[in-house]
Design a binder for this molecule. Structure first.
Ligand code: FMN
Ligand code: MN
Length: 448
């Protein structure tokens, strides 16, 4: 299946065939309406959204593509249970597949370098409290001013004028290192935004990797990502993108940017962010604009779930040989890890919880289950938490440990309390307790 996917359009047709694309043909306002439709689709188990009529624009918009485990499995061409190991393999530094430079791209069909007007693009204002329209689903391609190393990342961009963007770059991002170097020399930092992509590239961009994340996308697909040089810099961008925006950050300038719905499910505060000028926009004929609603499961899957589940699996595998499944549920904003094990020793679940807590700084709460619990089903998770946990024995805290600054329970430096929960069945009652379970039937045989 994954062989079929090489760009956005081929992924959309895979989603459509699988009944995972919700086509919205009614006119939808990109301001405050499109984001609500996306979020409603996601929370009701609907498909990704394809908006054919966006008010004031000829260009269609898609969003929510990687908002569910089913669609992530389709994107990776694997079973749902294989996602963690597929990502683990793709993130192995030795497994990277370098991109290959090509000499033409479909987005060369339409080129704008004069009278740039971002208002002509269907850039949504997603959540009601967002500070304005933001490019959120674009993958930023930047380059170390000292060399040839490229980097992929998500840096949301607020539209601040016809050719002006506010670019949010956290302190610890690779792109921040590039910007610091450029600014120290009084130089501008060029970058490109690739929009409308093979989901392997979207997934790679959310990963932290000490190299060019295009190599992760290549590893996912098992072949090089075709790339082509920008018009205004030497940056190499994915050649099969729907659209490429080229821009440049002015050195030393900061202006207020935000707020935007954050992965924590809260609005972030406005922030003094760098400012960029757009120099070129190119797009394919019939280009489709891709977006990600802030605080959506898609946002959390890309930034907090897919890159980190392999880390949790690796860390817990150090303390037990009996890992059945690992999951960072998007509804926990990336702060919770769930682990299912076939328990051998009574103390094993707590060691597993401790290991998961240090796999990534954001992991705050860890619950460890028996192998019969489906940790991908919130109903099963809550059932086990309520019927297999004796809090005085089974819950422990690690106060004053390091978490993420944006976690609303942490202090300004990210110091918070981590919680471990042994939600496995305890031996002293085990023989009395047989879990009820009804065989699952094929409902299509009953509902005609
Ligand atoms: C939808 C989405 C939006 C994001 N927005 C920002 C942002 O505005 N600023 C930021 O610094 N990181 C943001 N992130 C996080 C990082 O860009 C991203 O996870 C990436 O791994 C960072 O790349 P790096 O490790 O190469 O620095 C966002 C992540 C996602 C998935
Ligand atoms: Mn990086």
């Amino acid at each position: 299946m994954s062989d079929e996917i090489h760009d956005l359009r081929s992924f959309l047709s895979v989603l459509d065939k699988a009944g995972q694309l919700a086509r919205v043909d009614r006119e939808v306002d990109p301001r405050d309406e499109l984001g609500s439709v996306l979020q409603t689709l996601e929370r009701s188990g609907g498909g990704a959204g394809y908006f054919s009529k966006v008010k004031g624009h000829a260009m269609p918009v898609v969003g929510g593509l990687l908002g569910s485990v089913d669609r992530i499995a389709l994107a990776l061409g694997c079973q749902k249970t294989e996602i963690v190991d597929r990502m683990g393999a793709a993130l192995e530094p030795t497994g990277g597949v370098k991109p290959a430079v090509v000499d033409s791209a479909a987005f060369q069909a339409n080129v704008i370098t004069k009278d740039i007007d971002l208002g002509r693009l269907p850039i949504p204002k997603h959540a009601p409290g967002d500070g304005g329209p933001f490019i959120t689903g674009g993958v930023v391609v930047s380059r170390d001013p000292d060399g040839t190393r490229q980097n992929l990342s998500y840096q949301r961009m607020q539209v601040k004028g016809p050719d002006k963007l506010g670019v949010m770059i956290n302190e610890w991002r690779h792109m921040k290192g590039f910007l610091d170097k450029a600014e120290a020399r009084g130089q501008a930092l060029p970058f490109a935004v690739a929009i409308g992509l093979d989901p392997a590239i979207s997934i790679a961009a959310g990963c932290r990797y000490d190299g060019d994340e295009l190599e992760i996308a290549g590893a996912i697909r098992g072949r090089p990502v075709p790339v082509i040089k920008c018009l205004t810099s030497d940056i190499l961008v994915p050649a099969e993108a729907e659209m490429v925006i080229e821009a440049e950050i002015a050195p030393g300038v900061r202006e207020e940017e935000g707020p935007l719905a954050e992965f924590t499910g809260h609005y972030g505060a406005p922030w003094p962010s760098p400012v960029a000028r757009v120099k070129a926009i190119r797009y394919r004929d019939g280009a489709i604009f891709q977006t990600i609603a802030g605080a959506s499961f898609e946002h959390i899957n890309l930034g907090n779930v897919l890159p980190r589940e392999p880390l949790v699996k690796r860390f817990v595998s150090h303390v037990t040989k009996n890992v059945r499944a690992v999951h960072i549920p998007p509804y926990g904003s990336g702060f919770m890890a769930l682990v299912a094990i076939d328990k051998v020793n009574p103390g094993e679940p707590k060691n597993v919880a401790l290991a998961a807590m240090v796999a990534h700084v954001n992991i705050k709460n860890v619950a460890v289950f028996d192998g019969d619990v489906n940790i991908f089903d919130p109903a099963d998770v809550l059932w086990a938490l309520n019927t297999r946990v004796k809090p005085d024995n089974d819950v422990f805290y690690v106060p004053f440990s390091q978490g993420h600054e944006l976690d609303p329970t942490s202090d300004k430096r990210g110091v918070q309390t981590k919680t471990g929960i042994d939600a496995t069945q305890k031996d002293d009652r085990g023989e009395l307790l047989q879990r009820t379970s009804y065989p699952q039937v094929d409902l299509s045989q009953y509902l005609k």
